[in-house]
Design a binder for this molecule. Structure first.
Ligand code: URA
Length: 239
């Protein structure tokens, strides 16, 4: 890959900025100053430095966001702000995208990456990756609902859901629950509650496969996955 492309991909500026860095003799490849922007470099094998500092090349980026409400889980939208609009330029250069969708009003765990293979593995309907949500429900959630979700419920379009695991945290005029599902149909949690005559008034995703929301992230904040989280994701074999 061309050295100017590598450096601009890594966020060291536009191609023009990078050309200047090269011209100034700031960049070395295998300890030799490189001034030619067209020079090809193998980022896996060649060592690169900028002003004497080693440049760590990488292809993929993995971010965990605590998605705020009011923001769309997409890369672009004509009307609304997207989760990608919340990222810094140093992350945007990797052209990341959200793994799956949360509704505009849903909060919580959203993985954002440019690793298409990982995204596919986590989203494939064949893989049954469990996702756990916390929700506040308008009305009293009961043991019958637990049973109904265990057996699968019929959504408004006739679709029979796979079993969902419902845990009641608090039951009353409004109820707090956790629900784990292994599918990702459009508005699935809301429609599952609709199927038992109840309404979701707050929804937050807590986990997806082995990845749990870092509760220290404020709404709208994000961070890179830790090495441990990334290892868990990479080794994860959904059933
Ligand atoms: N289920 C929903 O209804 N909405 C979401 O955002 C995620 C799951």
């Amino acid at each position: 890959m061309r050295i100017d492309k590598i450096l601009s991909n890594l966020g060291y500026g536009s191609r023009k900025d990078v050309k200047k860095l090269l011209k100034d003799g700031a960049v070395k490849v295998n300890n030799v100053v490189v001034k030619d922007a067209k020079q090809h470099v193998d980022p896996e094998k060649d060592s690169m430095t900028l002003n004497g500092e080693e440049i760590q090349y990488r292809e993929f980026i993995y971010l965990m966001m605590n998605k705020p409400p009011g923001v769309i889980s997409a890369t672009e939208d004509n009307r609304d702000e997207t989760v990608i609009d919340l990222l810094g330029v140093e992350d945007l250069v990797f052209e990341p995208f959200p793994v799956g969708r949360l509704d505009k009003d849903t909060e919580g765990l959203l993985l954002i990456t440019n690793d298409g293979q990982l995204s596919h593995r986590l989203l494939s309907p064949k893989k049954h990756v469990p996702k756990t949500y916390f929700a506040v429900i308008d009305g009293e959630v009961t043991d019958e609902d637990i049973e109904a979700f265990k057996n699968g419920v019929t959504l408004d379009d006739g679709y029979e859901t796979k079993p969902g695991e419902l845990v009641i945290l608090k039951s009353g005029l409004t109820s707090d629950i956790e629900l784990t599902i292994t599918e990702g149909k459009f508005h699935q949690v809301k429609r599952m509650f609709q199927a038992v005559g109840k309404r979701v008034i707050y929804l937050k995703r807590l986990s997806m496969g082995p990845l749990a929301l870092d509760e220290t992230l404020e709404l709208g904040e994000y961070r890179e996955l830790t090495d441990e989280e990334l290892d868990m994701l990479m080794m994860y074999e959904p059933k």
